[in-house]
Design a protein around this ligand. Structure first.
Ligand SMILES: [Zn+2]
Length: 335
């Protein structure tokens, strides 16, 4: 859905799905009631509307141990409820433009009514505590995507690491058992942040598509967070998608970079398409979870990115797949 204006210049208001942002955590830290208009946020609802977002995944990011043990942290369950309350208050406050989605049918209904869909995900499954009842309870709360780990070991498995021994560690026995359970529930598995060993266990045990919500290509960026070509091919073979992460450290050979340039975003997209095919490419900005000097600093600037990609030779068809259809296909199949 690329609109060409009368004088021939392209204005790429391209409806898109973004597989990851940390806006709810930012709102919680600031004590905000909702995220309709959150000062300084990269992906509040007003910016999502301005940028043409059609579906945003909002992560409930579980704080790392040092934060979770600090005074003032209310405990995991109260924290999860608090983030969900911010989400629900936002729906209440701006239900005319913003609506929850727990399935692709919900999202499509919202789209037909001209609303941005919001889907809850969880980043770091540690709050599951190896307990299937807790996993089901999170599903009942509306959480539809689960990032098995963040950057610490938990009941599911181990994180990405520069230490090859740590990186080879696979899923825990609970993590392996949880895969069919997640698939049966209709909760999508997210492998971003997972160890390489854990990734290959997911490939082995999963029967349905899974995603890397906000991950880039290790052939261009040596960070252990990024995915090797072999991993990209395996994810693509499973009909999964990987969301383009805008974080400067995950784009180029320079993992200390502070600048996230459109040219590097384009290269990251091209590489995953070359290796895994067009069907595996998606968007996973990581807005409100990243910093630095970003060419695309917030959701309202996404049309500028789409313009830039068109200028660099991406076709409107490719853009539609990357921005919308590939992610929508996975949600249709799994949720
Ligand atoms: Zn993350």
């Amino acid at each position: 859905m690329i609109m060409t204006s009368l004088h021939g210049s392209v204005s790429a208001l391209c409806p898109y799905a973004d597989l990851h942002c940390d806006t709810l955590s930012v709102a919680w830290h600031r004590g905000a009631e909702d995220i309709f208009c959150l000062d300084g946020s990269m992906a509040d609802v007003s910016k999502l509307l301005a940028g043409g977002c059609r579906l945003q995944l909002f992560a409930i990011f579980m704080p790392p141990p040092e934060e979770a043990e600090a005074p003032g942290y209310p405990g995991d369950d109260a924290y999860i409820e608090a983030l969900r309350a911010i989400f629900l208050r936002t729906v209440q406050r701006c239900g005319d433009v913003f609506a929850p989605a727990e399935s692709m049918a919900d999202a499509e209904r919202n789209t037909a009514q001209g609303k941005v869909s919001a889907l809850l995900s969880m980043e770091d499954g540690r709050a599951v505590r190896g307990n299937f009842d807790r996993l089901r309870a999170f599903y009942e709360m509306g959480i539809r995507v689960l990032g098995l780990t963040w950057n610490h070991a938990n009941c599911f498995g181990y994180p990405n690491s520069p230490d090859p021994k740590e990186m080879q560690k696979g899923l825990t026995p609970f993590g392996r058992e949880a895969i069919p359970c997640l698939e049966e529930l209709g909760m999508l598995i997210d492998v971003s942040h997972l160890s390489d060993g854990g990734f290959w266990d997911v490939v082995h045990f999963a029967r349905r598509p899974f995603i890397a919500s906000h991950s880039n290509c290790r052939a261009l960026n040596p960070h252990p967070r990024s995915m090797t070509d072999e991993m990209i091919r395996a994810l693509a073979d499973r009909d999964g998608v990987m969301g383009l992460n805008f974080c400067p450290a995950f784009l180029t050979r320079d993992t200390a970079a502070r600048h996230s340039a459109v040219d590097d975003l384009a290269r990251q997209l091209r590489h995953r398409i070359r290796v895994g095919g067009l069907a595996c490419a998606a968007i996973g900005t990581d807005f409100d979870g990243i910093g630095g000097d970003l060419d695309v600093p917030s959701a309202d600037r996404m049309p500028g990115l789409f313009d830039a990609l068109l200028q660099r030779g991406f076709t409107p068809f490719e853009l539609d797949r990357i921005c919308w259809e590939n992610a929508a296909r996975v949600f249709r199949e799994v949720l």
